[in-house]
Design a protein around this ligand. Structure first.
Ligand code: GAR
Length: 200
């Protein structure tokens, strides 16, 4: 059974969808660890209620960025994690963790990358920008994590049609529904070999 760590910052609905998929057996993996940069995130509480091990790692626990990076890598190593999933994680991953888990770290983004990605493009900002640009469709991207925001190889995308009366909030809700399905589905395809991860 592949061991997964999920990195979160906020609400954690994608994390919960991944946990559900594991419980239901549609994702043949075990979520061993949830890490948040935010001690008060709802995601940490939700994971604890599911009896999943959690950790808070941030500049508050480790003011020195290098020490934070090492603490994250050491924690992941101690759980023998196979895949790291970024599910609404809003911080950059340190270079040591990145290189140790290169090719095994995957992010979900609420747009059709390369459109509406990059620094500052997270959560509602993305949907506001999409509507402002007059797009007819948006969607979800699952991609590898590399050193730059939203730039790694794309593994899966799914489109969401934008209605004339969509607001950033209504669009976020539609996109989120697709996220909850596509993330687990894509990770399962990696596990069963129908998606081969690029060597990176
Ligand atoms: C999700 O929409 C995710 O795609 C997005 O943050 C939200 C987290 O929601 N991630 C990004 O924007 C990354 N750039 P959740 O905490 O309920 O899963």
């Amino acid at each position: 059974m592949k061991k997964i760590a999920v990195l979160v910052s906020g609400r954690g609905s994608n994390m919960l969808a991944l946990i559900d998929a594991c419980e239901q057996g549609t994702l043949a993996a075990s979520i061993e660890l949830v890490i948040s940069n935010n001690a008060d995130s709802l995601a940490l509480l939700s994971a604890q209620k599911k009896n999943i091990n959690t950790a808070h790692l941030s500049s508050r626990t480790h003011p020195d960025p290098d020490a934070l990076d090492i603490a994250m890598k050491d924690l992941l190593d101690s759980y023998k994690i196979d895949f790291i999933l970024l599910a609404g994680f809003m911080k950059k991953i340190g270079p040591k963790t990145l290189s140790a888990y290169k090719g095994r770290m995957i992010n979900i983004h609420p747009s059709l990358l390369p459109k509406f990605g990059g620094q500052g493009m997270f959560g509602l900002n993305v949907h506001e920008a999409v509507i402002e640009a007059g797009e007819k469709e948006t969607g979800v991207t699952i991609h590898m994590v590399d050193g730059e925001y939203d730039k790694g190889a794309i593994l899966a995308q799914r489109t969401v049609v934008i209605a004339k009366d969509d607001t950033p909030e209504s669009l976020a809700a539609k996109v989120l529904q697709v996220e909850h399905v596509l993330f687990a589905e894509t990770i399962q395809k990696i596990i069963d070999g129908s998606i081969i991860l690029p060597a990176n």
